[in-house]
Design a protein around this ligand. Structure first.
Ligand SMILES: NC(=O)c1ccc[n+]([C@@H]2O[C@H](COP(=O)([O-])OP(=O)(O)OC[C@H]3O[C@@H](n4cnc5c(N)ncnc54)[C@H](OP(=O)(O)O)[C@@H]3O)[C@@H](O)[C@H]2O)c1
Length: 327
C-alpha cells in the first residue's frame, strides 16, 4: 500500500517520501477507504513547509481531502458504508495521499455518483465559498461581492454560488487570460489588477458599493476593494497569498464602520455540529453531481510523481487544480 509521508518541514519535494507498507486494518468504529482522487491545495503545501495553522508531529501522513470507496468496516462501524463512495473530512490526520486509508466512520460522508475528481475537491474549497457567502455577513439579492485572486478554485466557486443566490460579483485577477476565463464562467465584472485598481473599481461600480469583500491575497489589491465597501460593509481575510496586510485604513474602520474579519474552515470543521457539516456537504455534493459546481482540473498525477505534482501545484498561472489519482 503506497502512501506519502512527511518526514520534516521544508521544501515539499525534499520533505516527503513514498512509502510502501502492508494495507492497514480498520479497528472498532473505523473503515478502510480505497482512495480515488485527492487534491493538492495551497494549505497542503504550506503544511509541508511548516507554515500552516496545523503542524502535525512527524513523521506524518499528508493530504487533507479526498474521495474513495469504503472497502472494509471494523467492528461497530456502519456496514451500510461498504462499497459506498465517501469523502474524508479534512482533519489533516489521515493522509489522503495514499492508496488506502483507515478513517473513523464518523469522519466520512457518503456522496452521490459524480466525477471523482470534482468530489475529491469538495470538502475544502466549495465549503469555504459557501460559508464565506452565507456565514460571515448579510448579503442580499442584487448586492455586490468583491474578491481578489478570483480565478482561484474558491473564487470560481464564489462566482457560481453567488449567481445562484442573486448576488453580483466584482472579480480581480492578475492575468488577462484568467480575466477572460472568469467572464465566461459568469463573473459580472472582471478586472485585471493594475496601477489604478481603485479607480477601475469605482468606475465599474458607478453609484453602487460592495457589500462584501473576500480576500485571500492581502496588499494593495485588497485595499482597493475595501475602499469600495459600503457603510458597515464587511471584508473577510481568508488567506495570505502575498503575505502582506490589506492596509485597511483607520478611516475605513471608524468613519465607514467597515467590519474587518477573518475566516478559517478548520474552525468550522472543529466546532460546527456534525449534522450541519453533513447537510452542508450533501448540499454541495448535489450541486457537483448536477454539474452546477465544478472546478477546472489542470493535471492529475500518480503518487510516484509527487515531486512533479508539488511543483505543478505550486506554480502560478495554472488553469485549474492538481490532484493525485490512483489505479
Ligand atoms: N481560510 C480558509 O479556510 C481557506 C479555505 C480554502 C482556501 N483558502 C485559501 O484560499 C486561497 C485560494 O485557494 P485555492 O485552493 O482556491 O487556490 P488555487 O485554486 O490553487 O489558486 C491560487 C490562486 O492564487 C493566485 N495567486 C497566487 N499567488 C498570487 C500572488 N502572489 N498574487 C496574486 N495572485 C496570486 C493564483 O493566480 P494565478 O492563476 O494568476 O497564478 C490563483 O488565482 C489560498 O490562499 C488558500 O490557502 C483558505
Amino acid at each position: 500500500m503506497k502512501h506519502l509521508v512527511l518526514t520534516r518541514f521544508g521544501d515539499p519535494a525534499e520533505s516527503v517520501h513514498l512509502a510502501d507498507d502492508p494495507e492497514p486494518t480498520p479497528g472498532p468504529g473505523e473503515v478502510l477507504v480505497r482512495v480515488e482522487a485527492a487534491a493538492i491545495n495551497p494549505s497542503d503545501l504550506l503544511l509541508m513547509q511548516g507554515k500552516y495553522l496545523a503542524r502535525p508531529p512527524l513523521p506524518a501522513p499528508v493530504g487533507a481531502e479526498g474521495v474513495g470507496v469504503v472497502e472494509r468496516a471494523g467492528s461497530d462501524a456502519d456496514r451500510g458504508l461498504l462499497g459506498k463512495r465517501v469523502i474524508v473530512l479534512p482533519t489533516y490526520e489521515y493522509g489522503t495521499w495514499a492508496q488506502k486509508i483507515v478513517v473513523p466512520a464518523h469522519n466520512v460522508v457518503e456522496v452521490p455518483d459524480a466525477d471523482p475528481l470534482q468530489l475529491g475537491m469538495l470538502s475544502i474549497n466549495p465549503v469555504t465559498a459557501h460559508l464565506l457567502l452565507d456565514g460571515v455577513a448579510e448579503v442580499g439579492v442584487g448586492d455586490w461581492v468583491g474578491q481578489t485572486a478570483a480565478n482561484s478554485a474558491v473564487g470560481r466557486l464564489v462566482i457560481a454560488l453567488a449567481r445562484q443566490r442573486g448576488y453580483k460579483t466584482l472579480n480581480v485577477v492578475r492575468r488577462t487570460d484568467a480575466a477572460e476565463d472568469l467572464r465566461q464562467a459568469g463573473g459580472d465584472t472582471v478586472l485585471v489588477s493594475g496601477p489604478d485598481l481603485a479607480g477601475d473599481v469605482t468606475r465599474e461600480l458607478g453609484d453602487e458599493k460592495l457589500a462584501l469583500v473576500l480576500d485571500p491575497l492581502g496588499g494593495p489589491t485588497a485595499s482597493a476593494l475595501i475602499a469600495a465597501l459600503k457603510f458597515r460593509g464587511t471584508a473577510v481575510v481568508y488567506g495570505s497569498l502575498i503575505g502582506a496586510p490589506s492596509g485597511v485604513s483607520p478611516a475605513d474602520l471608524y468613519a465607514r464602520e467597515v467590519r474587518y474579519t477573518g475566516f478559517w474552515l478548520g474552525n468550522w470543521y472543529s466546532t460546527a455540529p456534525r449534522r450541519e457539516i453533513r447537510s452542508t456537504l450533501a448540499y454541495l455534493a448535489r450541486l457537483v453531481a448536477d454539474g452546477a459546481l465544478s472546478v477546472p482540473v489542470e493535471a492529475t498525477y500518480p503518487l510516484a510523481d509527487y515531486r512533479k505534482a508539488f511543483d505543478h501545484a505550486d506554480a502560478g498561472g495554472r488553469g485549474g487544480k492538481v490532484l493525485f489519482t490512483f489505479d
